[in-house]
Unconditional design. Structure first.
Length: 247
């Protein structure tokens, strides 16, 4: 175990200390006074590596990460989990824009709200299944061009469906599944997807992820499952095929 005081530290120095520590066999890191340092956890490996962050990390937290767990006891900035391959990111606050861009595997759990373009170009890789669960609400362009994986939008602190999500919801989605904890008026949004009530098989599949999420943030499990869930799936794997002429 090692504690690093990141106050005033350049992001390159901080990330070098983390990577050198992993090479020496250190498994647990506590980062104190983090204030906007970029690229924490980028490209690191090791299923047993845990990095706890006190402060607000900068952009691209956990990008290309392959196995470790990052625990953020605050908010995060943009682009977390960019092209993430495996591992887990826990955010005990809000997240900025572009969470999970091109994400190929692993799990991102956010207690609060998230910004714009969440899960865009998200996709599975081989047998990997990327998972994003967001406790609050999201901005516009949610799941734009989503190609695979699972996103769960809980809206735990928002009873007004008009503020639950932004514009261009699931535009161009052609793979994966979105689960919502409340029904929304989807008629004015994407024409490339379909909305259904989640069935018992869906809920059986989600159970372990919802339990892990609730336990991670000390939320009573019943508070999450006390309402029916709905799922959104693409109506076609080629939503824009009609825009192209035949050869």
């Amino acid at each position: 175990m090692i504690t690093i005081d990141a106050a005033g530290m350049h992001y390159k120095e901080l990330n070098i200390l983390i990577k050198e520590g992993i090479k020496r066999g250190i498994k647990k890191f506590f980062l104190e006074n983090v204030n906007g340092q970029y690229y924490i956890g980028d490209g690191i490996k090791g299923d047993d590596v845990v990095i706890t962050i006190n402060g607000v990390p900068g952009n691209d937290l956990g990008a290309f990460m392959d196995g470790p767990t990052l625990i953020v006891n605050n908010n995060v900035q943009d682009n977390i989990g960019n092209t993430m391959n495996a591992g887990k990111i826990l955010v005990k606050g809000d997240a900025g824009d572009v969470v999970g861009y091109g994400m190929r595997g692993g799990r991102i759990y956010i207690l609060g709200d998230a910004g714009y373009r969440i899960g865009i170009h998200m996709k599975g890789y081989d047998e990997q299944l990327p998972i994003i669960i967001i406790g609050g609400k999201v901005g516009s362009f949610f799941a734009e061009y989503m190609a695979g994986g699972i996103i769960v939008l809980l809206g735990l602190n928002d009873n007004n469906s008009d503020e639950f999500y932004g514009e261009y919801f699931a535009t161009g989605m052609h793979g994966g599944t979105i689960y919502l904890r409340k029904k929304i008026d989807f008629s004015k949004y994407s024409k490339e997807v379909e909305l259904y009530e989640a069935d018992k098989d869906d809920m059986a599949f989600l159970k372990k992820y919802l339990i892990e999420y609730s336990d991670s943030f000390n939320i009573p499990r019943g508070q999450i499952t006390d309402k029916p869930f709905y799922k959104i799936v693409p109506s076609s794997a080629r939503p824009y095929a009609h825009l192209y002429t035949s050869a």
